[in-house]
Design a protein around this ligand. Structure first.
Ligand code: GDP
Length: 295
């Protein structure tokens, strides 16, 4: 599909045989290739540029070890830098509070509801929790039904108030219900729109202020590529989210959105979603993602 970064760099370095160190000249040649590879992997152009400037500084003057070629050394520098930027450790959820409230936000179609189901299933089966799913989308009655179907599949209760058009009240009532009935995690699936809009942002930030969640997870479709920067920024400004969920990584995207988003908002990616089945929730591994971006 794409030429991998290693292949690109190997050919860029072919003309430079005999160089003992990475120098200004051969770095300039390869930095362009790295930038192209990142943009091909859907990394935002401006971010690809900033990233390659950092790599350039790191690479300058590095000794080319006899065992490996300059191309491979450069790939290693790039990969290490990617891993560092995307977070070198897996992030855990903060589940100490009882109940722990987790707010799920993102654009419509990003995979919020599917992720909410996956997360509930993960917490129930892997963390021994008793989660309550909350349908706080007051605009799409179908969203309540969708969550109920998911809840039914995994044996998790769904809280909803179909007649209530106040998302804040629904979320508050759900937390009360959790306290009264021994649910120790409350997962609030909020409404999304097709694009960032003021009404949605106000509503979701009101819900946030009312129920004071321990985690606010921003769900983003990895296929959205370049647009992801603005969406992530807008959500982060209003919600100051605690983590990112990157969905639809089972598609053929190279996942450059992962770098774009974490770099822009400086927040960790906590989970990736790789399919519609509810048992496929995956923790985010920066190493794997770096490899995927580089091809
Ligand atoms: P919401 O509007 O944000 O709640 O999004 P949904 O959870 O309804 O997901 C929108 C569509 O994407 C649905 O058709 C889901 O089945 C699909 N979807 C969600 N997550 C994934 C994923 O990780 N991989 C794939 N291939 N499809 C997904």
């Amino acid at each position: 599909m794409f030429e991998s970064l290693s292949e690109r760099l190997e050919s860029a370095f072919k003309q430079l045989k005999g160089e003992g160190r990475i120098s200004e000249i051969n770095v300039a040649t390869t930095v362009k290739e790295i930038r192209r590879a990142l943009v091909d992997a859907d990394v935002n152009y401006r971010i690809a540029k900033e990233f390659t400037d950092r790599v350039k500084d790191k690479a300058m003057g590095e000794k080319v070890l006899t065992a490996i070629s300059p191309g491979q050394l450069m790939v290693k520098i790039v990969k290490d830098e990617l891993v560092e930027l995307m977070g070198t450790t897996e992030e855990e959820l903060d589940l100490k509070a009882n109940p722990t409230v987790i707010l799920i936000a993102g654009l419509q179609g990003s995979g919020k509801t599917t992720f909410s189901g996956k997360l509930a299933n993960f917490l129930k089966t892997k963390k021994n929790k008793k989660p309550l799913l909350v349908a706080a989308d007051i605009y799409r009655p179908a969203a309540i039904d969708q969550l109920k179907v998911l809840g039914g599949q995994i044996g998790v209760e769904v809280y909803s108030e179909p007649e209530n058009k106040n998302a804040v009240q629904i979320a508050e009532n759900a937390v009360k219900e959790a306290k009264a009935n021994g649910y120790n995690v409350v997962i609030v699936d909020t409404a999304g729109r097709l694009a960032v809009d003021e009404a949605m942002m106000t509503e979701v930030s009101n819900v946030r202020n009312a129920v004071k969640p321990q985690e606010v997870l921003f769900v983003v479709d990895s296929m959205t590529g370049q647009d992801a920067v603005n969406t992530a920024k807008a959500f982060n400004e209003r919600l100051d989210f605690s983590g990112i969920v990157l969905t639809k990584l089972d598609g053929d995207t190279r996942g450059g959105a992962a770098l774009t988003i974490t770099y822009t908002v400086q927040k960790p990616i906590k989970f990736v979603s790789m399919g519609e089945k509810l048992d496929t929730l995956d923790v985010f591994y920066p190493e794997r993602m770096a490899q995927r971006i580089l091809g």
